[in-house]
Design a protein around this ligand. Structure first.
Ligand SMILES: NC(=O)c1ccc[n+]([C@@H]2O[C@H](COP(=O)([O-])OP(=O)(O)OC[C@H]3O[C@@H](n4cnc5c(N)ncnc54)[C@H](OP(=O)(O)O)[C@@H]3O)[C@@H](O)[C@H]2O)c1
Length: 281
C-alpha cells in the first residue's frame, strides 16, 4: 500500500501533520502515514516543470540505501526494492530526454526507453514525443556500438551522445553512425553546454538517471532542479554516494515537496531551494 506523508513543503500532497513546538523556536512537522496514493507516479506527473530557471528543467531520479550508497557490487539492482523497481521505468514518462553517464550505460546494459501504449498516449496528449531518447555523456566514447542502447533505438528517438572536442575523432565518427552526436565542451562535457544543446533539440524536461559522477557534475553546476530519491531500507554496498561532486563544490539547498512510502521504501521529492532574490518556480 502506497501512502503519502503529510506536511512537507508548500506544494506537497499534504495529508496528516502534527505540529510540535521546536526547541529552536519554529515548528516541527511530524510526518505521519496519511492518505493512500493510488499510483506512485501520480505526484511526479503532477509537478509543473514548465518554468525552469534555465532553458530546461533537470530532474534527478536515484535510489539510495539508508547510508546513501548508490550501488552494490557495481550495479544498482539489489539496492532497488520492488516498489522502486516498479516506479523507475514509469518515471521516464515525465521526460523529454533521459540523460545518463557513460559508466551507468556500460554497467547497467542500458537499452532504449520503452513506455506502455497508455503512457505514450498520455504523452501525446501532453504534446510530448511518444518516446524520450536516451542521451549518454562520454569523453572516452568507449562503447560497444552494437549495444542495444544504440542498435535498438527507434528512428524517432535515436540515442544521443554528448561528448567534448577532446574525444577521439575515430570513435566520434563511429558514434555518428549509430547516434546523434553533440559536442558540448572542450576537454570535458560542460553541464551547462550539454543542457543548452538538449534544449535546442526541444528537450525541456531532462530526467537524469545518474550515475553519481555525472549527477555530481550537474549539482556542481547548480543545474539540478529536482531530485526524486527512493530510499531503500538497506545498508552496506559500495562506497559510492548518490552524487559525487568535484572537489571544492559548495552546498546546494533543496526543499522537500513530497514524501510517500510503500512498505519500508521511502519516495522523497525535493526541489532546489530558491536563493535570495530568485523567484521560486
Ligand atoms: N543508485 C542509483 O540510482 C544509480 C543510478 C545510476 C547509476 N548507479 C550506479 O553508479 C555506478 C556508475 O556511476 P559512476 O558515477 O561511476 O558513473 P556515471 O556518472 O554513470 O558515468 C561516468 C562517466 O560519464 C562520463 N562523464 C561524466 N562526467 C563527464 C564530463 N564532465 N565530461 C565528459 N564525460 C563525463 C565519463 O564517461 P567516459 O568514461 O566514457 O569518458 C565518465 O567516466 C554504477 O555502479 C551504477 O550501478 C546508481
Amino acid at each position: 500500500m502506497l501512502q503519502a506523508y503529510g506536511g512537507a513543503g508548500g506544494r506537497g500532497r499534504a495529508t496528516v501533520t502534527v505540529d510540535r513546538a521546536s526547541p529552536y523556536g519554529g515548528w516541527v512537522h511530524e510526518l505521519q502515514r496519511g492518505a493512500e496514493v493510488p499510483d506512485a507516479l501520480g505526484p511526479y506527473l503532477d509537478v509543473d516543470r514548465a518554468r525552469p530557471r534555465h532553458e530546461c528543467w533537470v530532474t534527478g531520479h536515484m535510489v539510495a540505501g539508508l547510508d546513501g550508497t548508490a550501488a552494490v557490487g557495481g550495479r544498482v539492482g539489489s539496492l532497488s526494492t520492488a516498489p522502486d523497481r516498479s516506479l523507475f521505468p514509469r518515471m521516464r514518462q515525465i521526460a523529454d530526454v533521459v540523460l545518463v553517464g557513460a559508466e551507468t550505460v556500460r554497467r547497467e546494459g542500458y537499452g532504449p526507453i520503452r513506455l506502455t501504449d497508455q503512457a505514450r498516449e498520455q504523452r501525446r496528449r501532453r504534446g510530448m514525443s511518444p518516446t524520450p531518447p536516451v542521451a549518454v555523456v562520454s569523453r572516452s566514447l568507449d562503447f560497444d556500438w552494437t549495444a542495444k542502447v544504440f542498435a535498438d533505438a527507434p528512428e524517432d528517438a535515436r540515442t544521443h551522445i554528448i561528448t567534448c572536442e577532446a574525444a577521439d575523432p575515430v570513435r566520434r565518427a563511429e558514434a555518428e553512425e549509430v547516434a546523434v552526436v553533440m559536442v558540448a565542451g572542450g576537454d570535458r562535457v560542460e553541464p551547462t553546454a550539454a543542457l543548452r544543446a538538449l534544449a535546442e533539440l526541444e528537450h525541456r524536461v531532462v530526467l537524469c538517471e545518474g550515475g553519481p559522477t555525472w549527477l555530481g557534475e550537474l549539482v556542481a553546476a547548480d543545474r539540478l532542479d529536482e531530485l526524486c530519491l527512493s530510499i531503500s531500507p538497506l545498508m552496506g554496498g559500495d562506497p559510492l554516494p548518490v552524487a559525487v561532486t568535484p572537489p571544492g563544490t559548495g552546498l546546494v539547498g533543496f526543499d522537500l515537496q513530497n514524501a510517500m512510502a510503500e512498505g519500508s521504501t521511502l519516495f522523497l521529492r525535493y526541489e532546489r531551494q530558491p536563493k535570495d532574490g530568485e523567484e521560486s518556480g
